[in-house]
Design a protein around this ligand. Structure first.
Ligand SMILES: [Fe+2]
Length: 167
């Protein structure tokens, strides 16, 4: 089934983006690039929510793999690792040699925008799979609840990017 392959790929990418988002806050914070306007505290909260999303996604993958022989959880892990790696090199390219706070928070806007997009796509795939695979209802609920939080992450990053540029 084509949708199962798409689902695997998108679950892997979403998982990789969650891992990369946590690492990005860690790295940018340790470089002192998130110190302006009390950004760091708010972003650390976002980082811990990303950790929760990662755990929820991993649990969802286990639940799906338990009941579906078609779903390959090692493939999902592999895609996740590749995605996290790609995101990390994108960050290095984006920041360049001498990044400032604006570039740092604007990169997080890009990352959160990517997450929102991936969860929108996952929600659409999950809707299409309704009734075709077991445990799909749980997948839909999880994806939609993460999507709502990702939209808040993106809104937060946009707000902080505007503050950083104007204060
Ligand atoms: Fe996020």
């Amino acid at each position: 089934m084509v949708e199962i392959e798409k689902l695997q790929e998108k679950l892997g990418e979403a998982l990789g983006l969650e891992m990369a988002a946590q690492k990005a806050v860690e790295e940018l914070g340790s470089k002192g690039l998130l110190d302006k306007n009390g950004m760091l505290v708010q972003l650390q909260k976002m980082q811990s929510q990303a950790g929760n999303h990662q755990s929820k996604l991993e649990e969802t993958v286990r639940n799906l793999a338990d009941v579906s022989e078609e779903l390959d959880s090692s493939k999902i892990q592999q895609v996740a690792q590749e995605t996290a790696q790609k995101c990390s090199s994108m960050m290095q390219t984006y920041l360049g040699q001498d990044p400032d706070s604006s570039e740092a928070i604007e990169f997080l806007c890009l990352a959160e925008g990517g997450e929102v997009t991936h969860y929108e796509v996952l929600a659409a795939i999950s809707k299409k799979l309704n009734g075709k695979i077991k445990n799909n209802r749980k997948l839909s609920t999880t994806v939609n609840s993460i999507l709502r939080e990702e939209k808040r992450h993106l809104a937060l990053c946009i707000k902080l990017a505007k503050q950083t540029a104007t204060k």
